[in-house]
Design a protein around this ligand. Structure first.
Ligand SMILES: NC(=O)c1ccc[n+]([C@@H]2O[C@H](COP(=O)([O-])OP(=O)(O)OC[C@H]3O[C@@H](n4cnc5c(N)ncnc54)[C@H](OP(=O)(O)O)[C@@H]3O)[C@@H](O)[C@H]2O)c1
Length: 329
């Protein structure tokens, strides 16, 4: 298939492009700056510079590329600093999830692109009631913290628009394995505490497995929503000390809920104590997806152990290595 990957130079795009090529797809990959084009070319993609918020440029790029599928992986999360207000931190990403998605869908509609896959997010989305692990059918949080309402609305918009157009929305878990992983520094500096009982759940996913699921989703009929997460959703009190350990950092501090609310706001409390994890049963069943890193327990050790401050995480192999075909079988 001829596939247009929007956001091909990002954390997931970097893993996705070689896997698509290994699966026999022809890839046109977008980035925002001409400097990033060379890396995409090295990976075997045809590089294009695109701002997904520019509707005319999107229409022209889609029409020029004549893709049979579009994969929307554009976010604006590099170098962000997490503050109390998630909506402020995620403002540009929220635009990419609303306006960006609409622009790409309009471009796809105009020339009749039959397949569309887009990035959404699994964690901190579900209603904070009942079991700690949720499926795609479980209700979303009707009352998210005020400082992340726009983010929730943007993800709902993306999922609704994409599935109404017959496409597939992938609710990825928290990515790990990226070179610019934003968790490493705060954990190493003990700035990421366990809040209260640390009972809030997170679902993780290694970028290699996220990319493998994306390739399979591309080859699947929509409309669908899939949780793309590993086998072991886990409470903060379990995964955070394990991550600190893998990084050879001191164990995380513990702080009470009232202090976390005061210092870091409601989202920190939600993540630390109330968030739900996600089940990957549907993606495994319907996409035939199997994971190379079924649990963050093994993945964190492989990715972070021995990683000294300032060193880089190994990048994905270029296409043709064979590993990618194997991992998504
Ligand atoms: N599920 C998750 O946990 C999750 C999801 C996303 C990201 N992250 C994390 O956030 C960190 C940063 O992510 P990242 O490295 O992927 O960087 P990013 O800044 O989020 O960029 C992602 C991709 O979107 C592109 N992009 C940005 N703005 C665009 C626009 N206006 N129009 C079209 N494309 C646009 C980027 O192009 P350029 O490269 O040219 O800027 C890049 O290809 C990583 O550590 C990653 O793991 C986590």
């Amino acid at each position: 298939m001829r596939v247009l990957v929007v956001g091909a130079s990002g954390a997931i795009g970097t893993w996705l492009v070689p896997q698509l090529i290994d699966h026999g797809h022809e890839v046109i990959g977008t980035c925002r700056s001409p400097e990033k084009k060379e890396r995409l070319r090295e990976q075997g993609a045809e590089p294009v510079v695109l701002d997904a918020l520019n509707s005319r440029a999107v229409r022209e790029t889609v029409a020029g590329a004549e893709p049979e599928a579009i994969i929307h992986q554009a976010t604006a999360l590099s170098d962000i600093r997490f503050g109390r207000n998630f909506d402020r931190t995620f403002a540009q990403t929220n635009r990419l999830r609303t306006e960006g998605t609409d622009n790409l869908l309009a471009g796809a509609h105009e020339i009749g692109v039959p397949r569309f896959v887009a990035q959404s997010f699994a964690s901190m989305r579900n209603e904070r009631k009942g079991g700690m692990v949720k499926t795609e059918d479980d209700p979303l949080d009707p009352d998210p913290p005020a400082t992340m309402r726009e983010g929730h609305a943007a993800m709902r918009h993306l999922e609704q628009a994409v599935t109404e157009a017959g496409g597939i929305a992938l609710r990825y878990g928290g990515f790990y394995g990226a070179d610019n992983d934003g968790l490493v520094d705060p954990v190493r500096k003990r700035r990421f505490p366990i809040v209260g009982d640390g009972g809030g759940y997170v679902s993780w996913i290694h970028l290699e497995d996220a990319a493998a699921a994306t390739v399979l989703a591309l080859e699947h009929e929509g409309p669908e929503i899939y949780n793309i997460v590993d086998d072991e959703p886990a409470p903060v009190r379990e995964w955070l000390p394990a991550l600190a350990d893998a990084l050879e950092a001191k164990p995380p501090r513990r702080i009470p809920v009232w202090l976390a609310r005061l210092v870091a706001g409601d989202v920190a409390v939600l993540m630390g104590t109330g968030a739900r994890g996600a089940s990957n049963a549907k993606a495994k069943r319907e996409l035939g997806w199997s994971l190379h890193y079924p649990s963050w327990r093994q993945g964190f050790v492989e990715v972070y152990s021995g990683r000294r401050p300032g060193t880089r995480i190994p990048e994905p192999a270029l296409s043709g290595s064979g590993r990618h075909q194997q991992s998504s079988r």
